[in-house]
Design a protein around this ligand. Structure first.
Ligand code: 4NP
Length: 159
């Protein structure tokens, strides 16, 4: 089993979007037996809240309608349980490394999943309003991540 965690600042925009986008792909590609996915925020400000309305609306237009997200803050003691920990930008990377330095070598920028976008920040749509651009990047990265999961597990093409 491969355990994936997505982290963003507030856990109401980028990281829960990544979570549900990956979940949809996992279901479509019959990968559920091989992977778990979760998301969390660096900050506690939005704990208990649902996803940002603009994120929900955009996901609805993309065919992802059932989104029951409850925002939570990352707990450093659970990080050891994850095989992949993806952050959305350099600020997340710095903040997470300060919160949980023991796992710093395992934190990855989400954009590094996408060869032509490697090293880029996924900018915060809470401030930019650019939800569509975020969605496109998350889609591209989650597609790559599914290929990695297939290669690293006993997954076989459904007959
Ligand atoms: P996220 O969005 O980090 O993409 O989940 C944010 C949500 C709220 C805030 C920042 C980012 N905030 O500053 O409240």
């Amino acid at each position: 089993m491969i355990n994936v965690l997505f982290i963003s600042l507030g856990n109401i925009c980028r990281s829960p979007m990544a979570e549900v986008i990956l979940r949809k792909r996992i279901e479509e590609q019959v990968l559920s037996a091989f992977v778990t996915v979760d998301s969390a925020g660096i900050g506690h400000w939005h704990e208990g809240k649902e996803m940002h309305p603009s994120a929900r609306e955009l996901l609805g237009h993309k065919g992802i309608l059932m989104v029951n997200h409850v925002a939570k803050q990352v707990q450093s003691e659970i990080l050891g349980a994850y095989d992949y920990i993806f952050v959305m930008d350099q600020l997340n990377l710095r903040d997470l490394s300060a919160i949980a330095p023991a796992h710093t070598s395992r934190y990855r920028l989400f954009s590094d999943l996408i060869p032509e976008r490697a090293g880029e920040d996924i900018e915060d749509p809470f401030f930019t309003g650019e939800f569509e651009a975020v969605y496109e990047m998350l889609e591209a990265g989650c597609a790559e991540l599914c290929e990695i999961i297939k290669q690293q597990t006993q997954w076989k093409e459904p007959v």
